[in-house]
Design a protein around this ligand. Structure first.
Ligand code: OFO
Length: 165
């Protein structure tokens, strides 16, 4: 069983992962709207991945013989000034998630909750990968700027990658 505090924090993280999923779906819609289908598919894949993170916590809460409580998911932004702007927001969202995961780890340590501490290690590693991934795309779109040909090449590259699918 989880403590009341730990359960509340894990339920909040489920909501946050679902909000990230919805944010990336909003970005997929934005990219689709400006005809960057590869970017759009990549973001839609990432949206699914975030939903998977929420479900990973969902399953853990039930394994611990507690129950999940769902809350409203924030309406995401659906337009950005440019791909650079969108990826800047995505990286900020990942950095925010990293902070939340680290706060959960600290809470698990404080409560001597060894099982939750062990469970969270997957997320700690995942966040390092995610920040690196989003930052690498951000740096590329920054370099590309308004160069249409290069943007099309990156669109093709992202569309062909299996990320998130
Ligand atoms: Fe679940 O935040 Fe990205 O990874």
């Amino acid at each position: 069983m989880l403590s009341k505090t730990m359960l509340k924090a894990l339920n909040a993280q489920i909501n946050s992962e679902m909000s990230s999923s919805y944010l990336y779906l909003g970005m997929a819609a934005y990219f689709k709207h400006i005809n960057l289908d590869g970017f759009s598919n990549w973001m839609a894949g990432h949206s699914k991945e975030e939903w998977g993170h929420a479900m990973r916590i969902w399953n853990y809460v039930y394994e611990q013989r507690n129950r999940v409580t769902l809350a409203d998911i924030q309406t995401p932004t659906e337009s950005w000034k440019s791909p650079t702007d969108a990826f800047g927001d995505a990286l900020k969202a990942e950095e925010r998630t990293t902070g939340q995961i680290h706060a959960l780890v600290t809470l698990a340590q404080k409560e001597n909750d060894h099982a939750t501490f062990a469970f969270l290690q997957w997320f700690v590693t995942e966040q390092v990968e995610e920040e690196q991934l989003f930052d690498s795309v951000l740096q590329k779109v920054k370099l590309i700027g308004d160069h249409y040909g290069a943007l099309m090449m990156l669109d093709h590259e992202l569309g062909a990658s299996n990320h998130g699918s």
